[in-house]
Ligand binder design. Structure first.
Ligand code: EPZ
Length: 444
């Protein structure tokens, strides 16, 4: 197993380039299934969730060819099954996008219940509500979700809660459904818009993505396309906070400043200087950091996926800050690890009270999920002394070469291999051979 070893106290300075957005890529890759021709996708981040998505596509028969560092040619026309093997799919949350894509293309799908970060209850009732509204029947058995439809027909879908995943899945299932589908109370994240733009580049007819009402007119077929994934809003925000936490001065390139507005506004309130340009943003600190109150909410609110990172920054600010987690009911599991580094944080349900102590001390800690791991890296960079972070496979699910990028702007961080004490949760991204999942196979 690997761990990160960080010697803290060094200011970050220089330029860093952001990779493609994880939460867009993991929806766009399954969406290729809907095309009747090969697709070319660029700016795909090299992260384990993407690797698993590509393995799943290959296991189903798609032809996947790497055409560049972050680019792939994917030919879905040879897909000969509509089932995603349990062992592969359960390793990540986004495997459920194969449900919407396979249903939209073949009127059937068989995918395991998704895995993903342990953030508390993560139901899929709204996904199933959307599929049912379009005419699909579903069964849940042995951890697998089976979908079947004689025909998919456009319908009204009103989500009881704003949900990124179900909004994505409803779009995937509806693009070829006959007639008009109207999704109300839709999620508005940048990755929702990116998936809609990708589908429209294949000939879909989707209007209103990025607002809370999305209209989709079903089309008969979708053609191939060339598409570049948007930059990762959360990776950019993570580097903004890393720069601030080390009192650094960093230019973050390949960003869409509009996607970062809620993060920028909050950081400026904390005393961070920020200058936005066309596709980059400069972050620097030249004075004390001050307390702030943060409430996470769906876009355009402050992103929940930035909550652990900004909590870490606020441990360094003067005064008492309050963080209210508005999306997940268990997203403070990282606090125990920060306490080992000297943080003074009290958690009560979905509210955390942070007493800014202005300093952190290096310690051995463990990443419990993707963004918690990113927060521990930030804490290690700001702390005095050495911090060792275990279970970094969580971090590598969603950050492309994070330690390399940090080293390039002055961090003292290295990845060290440790004799295997394999964590039961570590996803192996080696391919399951196609005949291994023969019993699951279901000809399309
Ligand atoms: C996506 O998860 C992201 N993951 C998460 O990012 C992110 O935290 C989340 O959206 C919110 O922005 C991916 O995109 C792969 P939701 P998702 O459906 O789709 C409830 C990261 O760090 N809900 O928007 O699973 C749910 O319980 C990860 O990159 C239902 O009640 O989140 C939650 O309270 C962590 N029923 C709220 O909606 C459903 O059927 C939002 O969940 C679905 C969701």
């Amino acid at each position: 197993m690997d761990k990160f070893v960080i010697r803290g106290g060094r200011r970050l300075a220089g330029e860093v380039t952001i990779s493609g957005a994880k939460n867009a890529a993991v929806a766009i890759l399954p969406a290729v299934i809907l095309s009747d021709e090969p697709c070319y996708i660029e700016n795909v981040p090299s992260i384990s969730d993407v690797k698993i998505s590509l393995i799943i596509l290959k296991e189903m028969g798609a032809e996947v060819t790497r055409t560049g560092k972050d680019a792939y040619r994917i030919d879905p026309t040879k897909i000969d099954r509509c089932c995603v093997p349990y062992e592969t799919a359960r390793k990540m949350r986004a495997s459920y996008y194969f449900l919407g894509a396979l249903l939209g293309k073949f009127n059937k799908a068989r995918v395991s219940m998704p895995g993903g970060c342990p953030l508390g209850d993560r139901p899929i009732d709204q996904h199933l509500k959307a599929f049912s509204a379009l005419g699909a029947d579903y069964t849940l058995s042995q951890g697998m979700i089976d979908l079947r439809a004689d025909k998919l027909t456009g319908n009204q879908i009103f989500f009881d809660v704003v949900t990124v995943g179900a909004t994505m899945n409803a779009m995937l299932a509806a693009v070829k459904a006959e007639g008009l589908t109207v999704i109300e109370n839709a999620a508005k994240e940048p990755h929702i818009v990116d998936l809609a733009n990708f589908l429209n580049s294949m000939g879909a007819n989707i209007m209103g993505a990025g607002t809370d009402v999305i209209k989709i007119r079903g089309v008969k077929s979708l053609h191939g396309t060339n598409y570049s994934v948007i930059p990762d809003q959360i990776e950019a925000g993570t580097f903004m906070i890393a720069a601030a936490a080390t009192e650094g001065d960093v230019v973050i390139k390949n960003v869409i400043p509009k996607h970062l507005e809620s993060i920028t506004k909050k950081l400026e309130k904390i005393g961070v200087n920020i200058e936005s340009y066309d596709d980059s943003i400069r972050v620097w600190v030249d004075g004390p950091l001050v307390k702030a109150n943060v409430k996470t909410s769906p876009h355009p609110g402050f992103p929940t996926d930035m909550q652990p990172q900004i909590a870490t920054l606020l441990t360094l600010a003067e005064g008492t800050s309050i963080i209210t987690e508005g999306i997940w009911d268990q997203r403070f599991r990282y606090v125990d690890e920060l306490r080992r580094m000297g943080a003074d944080i009290t958690v009560n349900g979905t509210v955390a009270l942070i007493e800014g102590t202005g300093r952190l001390m290096g310690a051995p800690v463990k990443a419990c999920d993707l963004r918690a791991g990113a927060a521990l890296i930030i804490a290690g960079l700001a702390a005095s002394g050495i911090t060792e972070i275990e279970d970094i496979f969580h971090i590598e699910r969603g950050y492309d070469g994070m330690e390399i990028k940090l080293r390039e702007i002055g961090a003292d961080i290295k990845k060290v291999s440790v004799p295997d004490k394999i964590s039961e949760n570590e996803p192996d991204t080696k391919a399951v051979s196609r005949n291994d999942s023969a019993d699951d196979a279901e000809a399309v």
